[in-house]
Ligand binder design. Structure first.
Ligand SMILES: [Zn+2]
Length: 548
């Protein structure tokens, strides 16, 4: 049939990828758009620019990916497979309300044929035929026009990739204030956006299947207590407070004009390091990194998970270690030590609200632990701290000193001043929690004849509208200082400093020097006078200030 054979429309190759990208974003992403609209508060005139921008952003990102493979023998088969697979993904998301992630791929792979047969339905077949196979056959008939030779094509594709990504980045920056909280609070959105969801999920599933079980290599098995321990009768309790999302520039101790540290400022024996940078810009990086011996340059998630860390070395030296968590876990840092999660709210508990507990709850068991410790003890307290975007939920009403505050996750609805005020209240509350912790260590330590100390640092900082950025998690090399500069403080009872022969004036004199999370591992060992081959004195904050 002549008329059939002649159905073979011509389209320029770059236009083809743009058209395909637009089709992918519009035809298969009903579930994504529904959830996205919910997250931003529905369709309204005010939301139109955000919706248009999001559509353009997705088309540009998809187009950048497709442009990478926009070569004659490759692009049509790739797009055809993509259309059929994506139609199936869209069917399952819409029909069963599922999100596609690694676990879902595992389900599918492990489903037997009988179960799979039950899923087959007329609707499924018709969706895949009309939304997948028919468009794929249309693509098969298309004649793509490529201009010039291979060299020019590579150049043109490269230009499309870079141009699309540059435009996408511009849109992202322009609407960052909306995107940051939306995608943080609605993580499910990335499991609803197709075809990226199943490509990521299959990739993750294969990686997981291929990964060898993690064997944890020992670290510092030679750890032993140094000479200052000899002949000591008194026990020690060392508290390490891991802050969350606290950035150093909003601490009045570091020169912030608002008085966010009224209590700690009264403590003349507190040593405040004011020039400290974090290992990462997100908890999932900083936390395993700071407790590992790797340091930022050598850190990788895999290395940290397959090697013991600081808390293990302390254990090898014979100390007891306990991790108490009011956040979302220790990301592997506490894998082989005692662990207690206090983050789940208890009805009627004044230290909790309906959704979560305030950080003061971390201190509830502290007096008892100091009194009852049979052995030298290191306690890590992992705060909820200043975790955003719901800063106003992180502190009890009495600490709402700065305001008016932003009381919605939709940062777009708040001024920078309101966001900053809520954030500053979280720092004011952390000031209270740390001061109270030191008070307990001081008082109960004296009563129970236990030598006590506290180290505090935050995992990473936070952007609060500088350069139009919010929250954290920017790639480290381009991350702004707001996300990287963290507080680090140290308090020791007089007896603690004396027994470990730590010269506090000497340490305080170093407080303005540049330090980083890399120093924490070696400083905790140095402070507790633990000798091991993995200890590096050059990274110890106390080096040259200890042991007489
Ligand atoms: Zn964090």
């Amino acid at each position: 049939m002549d008329s059939y054979v002649s159905f073979s429309p011509r389209i320029s190759a770059p236009l083809f990828t743009v058209a395909t990208s637009s089709f992918l974003v519009l035809a298969y992403n009903q579930a994504f758009w529904e959830r996205f609209l919910q997250a931003i508060g529905g369709v309204s005139l005010a939301n139109l620019p955000l919706l248009a921008a999001t559509f353009a952003l997705l088309v540009l990102v998809f187009n950048a990916c497709l442009s990478l493979v926009n070569f004659k023998p490759v692009i049509k088969p790739v797009v055809m497979v993509l259309l059929v697979m994506t139609s199936a993904a869209a069917f399952f998301m819409d029909q069963y309300g599922i999100q596609i992630d690694k676990a879902m791929v595992q389900n599918v792979v492990e489903t037997d044929t009988r179960e799979a047969g039950e899923l087959l339905s007329v609707r499924m077949v018709s969706t895949i035929v009309f939304l997948g196979i028919v468009p794929a056959l249309l693509v098969a008939r298309l004649q793509l026009i490529y201009k010039g030779g291979p060299g020019r094509r590579i150049l043109l594709n490269g230009g499309m990739v870079l141009g699309s990504l540059a435009l996408a980045a511009a849109i992202l920056m322009l609407f960052f204030k909306s995107y940051a909280p939306t995608f943080r609070e609605h993580r499910e959105l990335r499991f609803l956006l197709t075809p990226t969801n199943y490509i990521q999920a299959v990739n993750g599933f294969i990686k997981q299947k291929l990964a060898r079980p993690t064997v944890v290599a020992p670290l510092g098995r030679d750890a032993a207590r140094g000479v200052t321990w000899a002949g000591q009768q008194r026990r020690t309790v060392t508290v390490v407070v891991v802050g969350e999302t606290a950035r150093s520039m909003n601490f009045s101790l570091n020169g912030y004009p608002r008085v966010t540290n009224p209590r700690l400022a009264q403590r003349t024996d507190l040593i405040n390091f004011n020039n400290v940078s974090s290992c990462g810009t997100a908890t999932a990086v900083s936390l395993p990194c700071v407790f590992s011996s790797l340091g930022r340059e050598n850190y990788s998630d895999g290395k940290a998970q397959s090697q013991e860390g600081l808390l293990d070395v302390l254990r090898h030296a014979g100390l007891d270690v306990m991790w108490i968590d009011n956040n979302s876990g220790c990301k592997g840092a506490c894998a082989r030590v005692g662990y207690e999660d206090i983050s789940q709210p208890v009805a009627g508990d004044p230290l909790c609200n309906a959704d979560e507990c305030y950080d003061e709850k971390l201190l509830q068991s502290l007096p008892e632990r100091i009194r009852n410790a049979k052995n030298d003890l290191v306690i890590v307290l992992h705060q909820k701290g200043s975790h955003g975007p719901a800063y106003w939920k992180r502190y009890p009403a009495a600490f709402g000193q700065f305001g008016p505050v932003c009381q919605t996750n939709d940062l777009e609805k708040c001024s920078r001043e309101q966001i900053m005020a809520a954030y500053d209240n979280t720092i004011l509350y952390t000031d209270y929690v740390l001061d109270k912790a030191i008070g307990i260590l001081q008082q109960v330590g004296a009563e129970a004849k236990v030598d006590t100390a506290l180290m505090y640092f935050s995992d990473h900082g936070e952007s609060l509208g500088e350069k139009n950025m919010y929250l954290h998690g920017a790639p480290y090399i381009i991350s702004p200082p707001e996300q990287r500069s963290v507080p680090l403080m140290l308090w020791m009872s007089g007896q603690y400093a004396d027994r470990f022969k730590i010269n506090r004036e000497c340490v305080a004199a170093r407080a303005g020097q540049p330090f980083s999370h890399d120093n924490v591992f070696h400083s905790v060992l140095g402070m507790l006078d633990i000798s091991t081959a993995v200890y590096n004195p050059a990274l110890d904050l106390f080096n040259a200030c200890t042991h007489g």
